[in-house]
Design a protein around this ligand. Structure first.
Ligand SMILES: NC(=O)c1ccc[n+]([C@@H]2O[C@H](COP(=O)([O-])OP(=O)(O)OC[C@H]3O[C@@H](n4cnc5c(N)ncnc54)[C@H](OP(=O)(O)O)[C@@H]3O)[C@@H](O)[C@H]2O)c1
Length: 313
C-alpha cells in the first residue's frame, strides 16, 4: 500500500480549500516514526494556516496536510529510533512545518512523541498534546507558576484554557477564569476558584494584584490585562507578542510562547493524566472527512475543549 486518505490544501483560503483525497503515505527519515493515525484534534492554528495567515512565519510547501495533534499506533520506525516499537500507542504534537495528521498516516520525529495515557482512548488522547503543551510551556516554563500564586486564565473553557486551569491547580495556584456563562459549570469543575463571565463583567473588577495572566485572546483583552498584575508579575501570551515597553511601564514581565514539540513534557502530561489530575474536554468527535465543518466550528471561537477528527477505529 502506497497511498492513503488525507485532508489537504492546494491553495490558501476558506474551508472550501480543504480536500479529502488520496495522497502518498509519508516517507520516513532515520529518526522518524510512521504513526497509523487513529484520531487528530483540530486547533485554531489549523484554520489560521489554511487561511494563509502564517505564511512567512512557517516554511510550508503546498499541497499540505493539516492537523498537528495526533494519537495512533506506531506502524514503522526509522533505523535510528530506539524508544518506540511497532504497535506502541503514542500521541504527539509534531513539527508544524511538516505534513500534519488529518490523514491515515503521519511521519514524526521520535523526539516529538510519547506513549499515550492508558486512561484515554485515541479520540481523547488526540485532544491533549498541542493544547496541554501550550499550557505547560506558558505556565510552567515561561511563568514558572508556583504554589500559592494567583493566575488569571482567559478563555478557560477553550482547548488551551481548559488544560491551563487544571495545570495551574495541579501546581497549587489560585485560578481566576474567564468564559461566558454557559461554561461556568465546566470551568469550576476543572478547578477554577473564581469565574468571570466576560460577556457581562470586566475581569479587572475581580482579578487584582495577580501574579500571572495567561492571555489566550490578545487584542483588547491583552491590553486590559496589564493593570491586574502585581509589580513583578508576568503576562504570558500565546496569541500576540506583548510589547516590552508596556511591560516596563507597568513594572511587570512578559513573554510570548509558540508551542514546541517535546516528548519529555508529554511524558509528564501523560503521568498527570494517568494519575487522574488532568483530563481533556471533548467538544465533539467528527469523522475525518468532515474536517471542513470541524474547522468552521473551530473558527467560530466558542469551542468548549477540543474538536477531534476520528480517523480509524
Ligand atoms: N502560540 C501558540 O503556540 C499557541 C498554541 C495554541 C493556541 N494558540 C492560540 O491561542 C488561542 C486559543 O487557542 P484555543 O485552542 O484554546 O482556542 P479555542 O479552543 O478555539 O478557544 C475557544 C474558547 O474561547 C473562549 N472565548 C472566546 N472569546 C473570549 C473572550 N473574549 N474572553 C474569554 N474567553 C473567550 C470561548 O468561550 P465562550 O464560548 O464561553 O465564549 C471558547 O471556550 C488561539 O488564538 C490559538 O491560535 C497559540
Amino acid at each position: 500500500m502506497t497511498t492513503m486518505k488525507a485532508v489537504r490544501i492546494h491553495a490558501y483560503g476558506g474551508p472550501e480549500v480543504l480536500h479529502y483525497e488520496d495522497t502518498p503515505i509519508p516517507q520516513l527519515q532515520p529518526d522518524d516514526l510512521l504513526i497509523r493515525v487513529r484520531a487528530a484534534a483540530v486547533n485554531p492554528v489549523d484554520w489560521k494556516i489554511r487561511e494563509g495567515f502564517l505564511q512567512g512565519v512557517l516554511n510550508h510547501c503546498l499541497p499540505l496536510t493539516l492537523g498537528w495533534d495526533v494519537s495512533g499506533e506506531v506502524a514503522a520506525v526509522g533505523p535510528e529510533v530506539i524508544r518506540f516499537q511497532i504497535g506502541d500507542a503514542v500521541y504527539t504534537r509534531p513539527n508544524i512545518e511538516r505534513d500534519g495528521g488529518y490523514a491515515d498516516y503521519i511521519a514524526v520525529k521520535a523526539s516529538e512523541a510519547a506513549l499515550k495515557p492508558v486512561k484515554l482512548d485515541h479520540d481523547q488522547a488526540a485532544a491533549v498534546p498541542l493544547a496541554a503543551l501550550t499550557a505547560w510551556q506558558a505556565l510552567v516554563d515561561a511563568a514558572q507558576l508556583r504554589s500559592g500564586q494567583t493566575v488569571l486564565i482567559h478563555a478557560a473553557a477553550g482547548g488551551v484554557g481548559s488544560f491551563a486551569v487544571q495545570l495551574a491547580k495541579a501546581r497549587g495556584a489560585k485560578v481566576i477564569a474567564t468564559a461566558s456563562a454557559v461554561n461556568v459549570g465546566l470551568v469550576m469543575e476543572l478547578g477554577a476558584d473564581q469565574f468571570v463571565d466576560y460577556t457581562r463583567s470586566r475581569f479587572e473588577e475581580v482579578a487584582k494584584e495577580v501574579d500571572v495572566v495567561f492571555d489566550t485572546i490578545g487584542g483588547e483583552t491583552q491590553t486590559r490585562s496589564w493593570s491586574v498584575l502585581k509589580p513583578g508579575g508576568m503576562l504570558v501570551s500565546v496569541v500576540s507578542p506583548p510589547p516590552e515597553a508596556t511591560a516596563a511601564a507597568y513594572g511587570v514581565r512578559s513573554a510570548f510562547v509558540f508551542v514546541q514539540p517535546s516528548s519529555s513534557q508529554l511524558d509528564a502530561i501523560t503521568q498527570l493524566i494517568d494519575e487522574g489530575r488532568i483530563k481533556p474536554i471533548l467538544h465533539t468527535i467528527m469523522p475525518l472527512y468532515e474536517a471542513r465543518q470541524a474547522q468552521v466550528i473551530s473558527q467560530g471561537g466558542h469551542v468548549r475543549g477540543k474538536i477531534v477528527l476520528h480517523v480509524a477505529s
